[in-house]
Design a protein around this ligand. Structure first.
Ligand SMILES: NC(=O)c1ccc[n+]([C@@H]2O[C@H](COP(=O)([O-])OP(=O)(O)OC[C@H]3O[C@@H](n4cnc5c(N)ncnc54)[C@H](OP(=O)(O)O)[C@@H]3O)[C@@H](O)[C@H]2O)c1
Length: 310
């Protein structure tokens, strides 16, 4: 692995974070129906108590509501919290001004003067990684962004972003990508390895496959909302993997499927950021820390995942 820069060392020290898409998002996560303000505050506070102090949000989550709710919780938090947010690359945002304006709005909703990590949510259709990183570098120089990340960038886009920032003496801190036992494309396309070589922290989103790896859903009991659309076929296929996860969890002293799924991400060198809708989920997810799957268990899970994800 290449040397990790001092500026981004804090990210490599974080084993797991909390995803905040569930905060205030009504369309995908049914905020207001399956969970409410009190539930997410309890999820946030439970995570902090369990030592999870990194929260990932985005300007588009709940159309700003996730940042707003997080901001109100940060005000009463009894310990420092590291906050990551994201710039959404709407196609018309083709000038540096849009990024600064978006960030200032995020900071206002969060009640912060600077974010610890500012990420480009997706590659831009019209603006090159070089240009985007140039805009980001200016925000670092202005002191309103502590470290720069990308999200959903492929291997070559990541290297272009890394190289551009490096020319200005700024490290690329992270790439946030989908990664779980049901989505291992970053292992197969070389991104995970490339990030390891360049000292870029890989942040794993949807690490429990949006609930599918918990074992609580089945072809007969589909998740609510838009997740149901593709879930039936997947849930039909992945039963052998779910059974193995349950068995391994038992062998590890009674760990749940969610904990096995998250621990597997950590064993692969990534930082999972599971979303939680309430204190119970947050508590359970925090139980993925403090122990490790063996190499043999990781390998058995890899093989079972290869069998069901073609
Ligand atoms: N950069 C990007 O493009 C991108 C994309 C997606 C997500 N993200 C980030 O990554 C975070 C996590 O990903 P995600 O929210 O897509 O999926 P996830 O973390 O894999 O799944 C979260 C969902 O699983 C269920 N769940 C969580 N913990 C559970 C537990 N212990 N037991 C049972 N069910 C549990 C909950 O939904 P139910 O109770 O309704 O089943 C929860 O909303 C997001 O919050 C967001 O910050 C980023």
């Amino acid at each position: 692995m290449s040397e990790i820069s001092n500026e981004t060392r804090f990210l490599h020290a974080i084993e797991m974070g909390l995803g905040a898409w569930q905060f205030g998002d009504r369309v995908f996560w049914s905020f207001g129906q399956t969970h409410n303000d009190a539930d997410i505050r309890a999820a946030f506070e439970t995570s902090l108590e369990a030592g999870i102090r990194f929260v990932d949000t985005a300007e588009v989550y709940g159309m700003g509501q996730s940042e707003r709710l997080l901001g109100s919780m940060l005000k009463t938090a009894d310990q420092p919290v590291l906050v990551a947010s994201k710039f959404f690359p709407y196609p018309w945002r083709v000038h540096r001004w849009f990024m600064k304006y978006a960030l200032l709005n995020s900071l206002e909703r969060l009640g912060l003067e600077r974010v610890d990590l500012y990420q480009i949510h997706w590659p831009h259709v019209f603006v090159t990684p070089e240009k985007l990183m140039g805009w980001m570098a200016e925000l670092v120089q202005q002191g309103i962004v502590r470290t720069v990340g990308v999200s959903n960038f492929g291997p070559s886009q990541t290297v272009r972003a890394y190289t551009t920032l490096a020319r200005q003496g700024i490290p690329l801190a992270s790439n946030q990508v989908a990664y779980s036992l049901l989505n291992r494309s970053i292992e197969k396309n070389g991104l995970l390895e490339r990030c390891r070589e360049l000292g870029i922290r890989v942040i794993a989103y949807s690490p429990i496959a949006q609930g599918l790896l918990t074992g609580k859903y089945s072809p007969e009991k589909l998740p609510p909302g838009p997740r149901a659309i593709n879930a039936a076929a997947t849930l039909g296929r992945i039963q052998p993997l779910l059974k193995l996860m349950t068995k391994i969890g038992q062998d590890c002293g009674g760990k749940s499927n969610a904990q096995v799924a998250l621990n597997w991400c950590i064993c692969k060198g990534t930082m999972p950021i599971p979303g939680a809708k309430n204190a119970e989920q947050a508590q359970q997810n925090a139980g993925a820390l403090g122990w490790k799957l063996t190499e043999e268990q990781v390998q058995a899970l890899d093989e079972a995942s290869d069998e069901v994800v073609k």
